[in-house]
Design a protein around this ligand. Structure first.
Ligand SMILES: C[S@@+](CC[C@H](N)C(=O)[O-])C[C@H]1O[C@@H](n2cnc3c(N)ncnc32)[C@H](O)[C@@H]1O
Length: 266
């Protein structure tokens, strides 16, 4: 499956996805993953950044609110349409474009930093994305991205419960099997029951890679690994959304920061 076909799946997901995330149904993003990502993000005030796979723009806006000049790209035109709608009444100056992370329509060294929130596991050719990000980053610039954790977001996974029905572990299998666009169907766990019945599930092509399959290509294009995070939900987040207690049993997300080295002086 290529990026164009992946884009068709995401464009079909976009209307319901946008509606539900704007109702607050993606608690994993809003109360867990994005706060952890922003906590790890270096200073971006006054810098020029690119957000790959920006969706309806929530995270692009969060980074722009920190003072960065942002460009957001997504392969799904419907997401870009929804992202532009939000930025127009309260302009943060974000430039949203329909584009493929595997073929970035930007000049060499155009950005101080690049971010990608939860989209690399949705892209078939991650090596191409890394090479493109490296090209559009200035020397000394950073690339920070989050993904579902490859060790626990495996092709086979099943929660294990104790006698009282409490989750105590996650059984995982198929870790080394690289999936090539298998369709995974799911819905935000916080979708109100009265809406859940009438809405189609998301259909997401999956491109699972083991950690080595993800990290070695990043190193091969020239990036230097700088920081990792395997966040756990805070007490406050768990109090608000008990589902998030699962994130303390096993890692759900992996956040990685890598840097394009400074040019060597002769
Ligand atoms: C899980 S969503 C994440 C959206 C957003 N970053 C967020 O955190 O709310 C993954 C996004 O990646 C986009 N995407 C998938 N393949 C892409 C590609 N090749 N280039 C750019 N965007 C892509 C999808 O359209 C979708 O918006």
């Amino acid at each position: 499956m290529d990026s164009v076909e992946v884009g068709r799946y995401w464009d079909a997901n976009a209307p319901v996805w946008t509606r539900l995330v704007r109702m607050g149904c993606d608690v994993y993003r809003d109360h867990f993953n994005t706060p952890a990502f922003l906590e790890m993000l270096p200073e971006v005030d006054g810098r020029t950044g690119l957000d790959i796979g920006c969706g309806e723009g929530y995270n692009t806006r969060k980074v722009a609110e920190l003072g960065a000049r942002m460009v957001g790209i997504d392969i799904a035109p419907t997401f870009i349409k929804h992202a532009r709608e939000v930025d127009s009444p309260e302009p943060l100056g974000i430039d949203y474009q329909v584009a493929d992370g595997c073929s970035l329509p930007f000049a060499l060294e155009a950005f101080d930093f690049v971010v990608a929130f939860m989209c690399l596991m949705d892209i078939p050719d991650q090596e191409r994305v890394f090479a493109e990000v490296y090209r559009v980053l200035r020397h000394g610039g950073f690339f920070q991205f989050s993904i579902t954790h490859p060790c626990t977001d495996t092709p086979y996974r099943r929660w294990v419960e104790d006698e009282s029905g409490r989750r105590v572990a996650l059984a995982c299998g198929g870790y080394f099997h690289e999936t090539e666009g298998e369709i995974v169907e799911w819905m935000f766990s916080q979708t109100p029951p009265e809406l859940r019945e009438g809405l189609p599930k998301f259909r997401v092509p999956d491109f699972h890679r083991p950690v080595s399959g993800l990290i070695n290509p990043l190193i091969d294009v020239g990036f230097v690994l700088e920081r990792f995070s395997e966040p756990q939900a805070t007490d406050e987040a768990v109090r608000l959304h008990s589902d998030l207690a699962n994130t303390r049993l096993v890692p759900h997300f992996l956040i990685i920061r890598a840097r394009k080295p400074e040019k060597r002086s002769r």
